[in-house]
Design a protein around this ligand. Sequence first.
Ligand code: NAD
Length: 476
Amino acid sequence: EEHSSITFYQTLTYNEMTTPLEEIPKVRAELLESFLSGKTRPISYRKHQLTQLGYLVKDNAERFREALASDVGRPYLETDFLELNSILSEVDLALKNVDKWARPDYPPFSPEWFLMRPKIRKDPKGVILIISPFNFPLMLSLCPLTSAIAAGNTAVIKPSELSPATTALMAELIPKYMDPDVVRVIVGAVPETTKLLELPWDHILYTGSGRVARIILSAAAKHLTPVTTELGGKNPVFVDKSADLKLTARRLLWGRFTAAGQICVSPEYVLVTKETEGPLIKELLETYKQFYNDDPEKSDSFARIVSVPHANRIKRLIDETKGTIIAGGKTDTENRYIAPTIVRDVKADDVLMADEIFGPVLSIMTVDTMDEAIAYVNRHDNPLALYLFAQDEEVKNRVFDNTRSGACVLNEVLLHFGAKNLPAGGIGPSGSGVTKGKWNFDEFTHFRSSLESRGWIDTIFLGKRFPPYTDAKRNF
Ligand code: NAD
């Protein structure tokens, strides 16, 4: 029976799986009902669902690799490293820690208050809506789902219409592995999301662009729904004269060209002084050759752009830049191919410096001093990630202490996003609130203050609070 249902789902295309609009309010009502039934409260139940989620990913790893290859031309190694492993490690972390995370906290002992047993309960919020983008369609749906379940909530996932194969696969597998009373997938694009946003949720986690985040936040305001936003921006890379330039080039190009630059924490542009620019470029070009053997189009280690319109958008930027292209530049937008491209002499008013590129183009901008670089970053939206390559400790402190960003990373790129127990989140225009591990558990948890007061307490001291308020009762 199980097998016949698999065949049945596989014959459905993404379009056939689109959730009918009239279903959407019912989905929310059903999830609210099962939340209120108390079904998700026992930790044993949450652990069972988390285990099922782990198996969902493990059992179907090959199909997910194929789906991501079809959606974004992603090499299998990148899918394993950046999506599958991240989810399994989040599930594992939640399974090992959910007992501890869900335990109440107690405020520090206070002689005036301890008799009332002050306590902070970790109550689930209710029904969580998770809206995710195309670029990590699996990880950015299932990692937050892990937290939602661990925290005892029910949840809806709305993955991106731009990653149809992965979205359809999640929609097929989730009802097979997980309790449909507790987790549901909505398949659809703007109309379905708009319908979802008309409803009151207990929390929304939105991962995507700042443009759409404004729509989400306005809709949420109508219901006073709390929202976590995980957004993007232009992530700067400071390369100091003290940097190990070989290492810088290797890590920087890997970070910029992984997933063809479609990563929210992708290093976007380099800020470097004139004296260091030349030696850095030499190392970048050597590394480029090592990675792609001068023909990235034939490489198995380079992904594609999610859609033809996005590829055209990036091509236009490459065509219009006034900087000098020193590597790549070739495009085949029908096949969603944009070569990994390096552009030097990029000026602040260049098209490449206007918006987040979300593609494999690395811009190099020269500055006179590191302080000028700091000032440049501070004049723009706070980025999600800020990178620095340097050996000199003084520079590290100067750059990190005088800038703002979601995360700041020395001599490394991207990896902070996967690091266990580090919060992932932006500041201001790059997002608000945090995800990953206990941080995301807490985001989906209501810290519910609680007191339990017994009658005899009034006979010892707190009796003075009751009228009539005589002078004798005053004790200031
Ligand atoms: P997007 O904002 O276009 O889409 C994200 C989600 O919003 C999708 O599920 C989509 O269906 C929905 N959506 C799109 N238009 C909508 C509308 N008008 N009304 C309601 N819902 C709508 O983002 P994207 O292009 O898929 O992803 C790229 C962006 O996501 C980049 O800016 C990137 O930096 C950011 N991002 C951030 C993180 C992070 O963790 N901070 C991670 C990945 C991506």
